[in-house]
Design a protein around this ligand. Structure first.
Ligand code: B1M
Length: 215
């Protein structure tokens, strides 16, 4: 199985979506946990892609085809990561902020939150601040979750906090932020309520808020 994880990671790096999908299925059939497949097969491959992209060893199209392979794998894992038949404990509005098209991390956060029994309304990528607020009001959601992957777009999170104040709902919603460039200090500086570094802790914090515990 370690060998299978290694091959999965390598195929993801080469953008071989069909192979990745087949290997994820093989690992599921072999009894591997979804979490292990995600971490050791898929995310480990995406880490290598990130490092090579940073070093200019590969370019945007290479990253895109790797991301497509990642999606082929995570689509199969989704039902395993999300527990079935659980009544929603609360509603979360999630999206990647305006100007930002990265959605792999946001999709993982969504899956993990769904796995905690939350109803998650995913607004997608490049989402203007007003859209987060309008949807939160419309769906009576208590949690707004924003993802940003670019230093140039993380400032949009402050626009979301400001828009919540302007709409008069700031005290009714918990605003969560995350994504690679985001930090706890940044979250505090823009007046957001919660920063979490990864999908699993983000889901735990959201569930705590929904259940009325302190996150
Ligand atoms: Co982009 N990109 N990209 N890219 N890309 C980064 C982010 C970058 C760090 C690469 C680099 O230079 N090393 C860099 C940003 C630099 C910076 O801002 N300082 C970068 C750049 C520059 C760009 C472009 C500008 C490149 C260009 O066009 N010249 C461009 C911008 C486009 C845009 O958004 N407007 C761009 C484009 C792309 C692709 C479209 C090719 C593709 C995205 C495909 C997709 O998402 N569908 C892409 C990718 C894939 C990456 C890297 C390689 C991988 C990102 C990823 O998916 N990681 C990335 C390098 C890297 O991160 N190492 C990079 C895996 C994912 C699981 O992690 O999203 O961090 P992440 O999510 C984590 C946590 O952050 C957290 O949970 C997840 C894990 O548990 N998390 C949250 C995320 N959201 C959360 C919310 C929460 C809580 C936790 O609460 C609400």
């Amino acid at each position: 199985m370690e060998e299978l994880m290694k091959r999965m990671s390598e195929s993801l790096q080469k953008g071989k979506a069909k192979d990745v999908k087949a290997m994820v299925q093989e690992a599921i059939d072999g009894g591997y946990s979804a979490q292990k497949i995600l971490n050791e097969g898929l995310l480990s491959g995406m880490e290598v892609i990130g490092a090579k992209f940073k070093a200019n060893e590969i370019y945007v199209p290479d990253v895109l085809i790797a991301a497509r392979a990642m999606k082929a794998g995570t689509d199969l894992l989704r039902p395993l990561l999300v527990s079935e038949g659980v009544e929603a404990i609360g509603t979360v509005i999630i999206g990647t902020v305006k100007g930002d098209l990265h959605d792999i991390g946001k999709n993982l956060v969504t899956m993990m939150m769904e796995g905690k029994g939350l109803e998650v309304i995913d607004l997608g990528t490049d989402v203007p601040a007003e859209k987060f607020i309008e949807t939160a009001i419309e769906k009576k959601a208590k949690i707004i979750a924003c993802s940003a992957l670019l230093t140039t777009t993380m400032g949009e999170m402050k626009s979301i906090v400001d828009a919540a104040v302007q709409a008069g709902i700031r005290d009714q919603v918990t605003i969560m932020v995350g994504g690679a460039p985001v930090t706890d200090n940044f979250a505090k500086s823009i007046g957001a309520d919660i920063y979490q570094p990864d999908a699993a802790t983000a889901a735990e914090a959201a569930a705590s808020v929904a259940l009325g515990k302190s996150a």
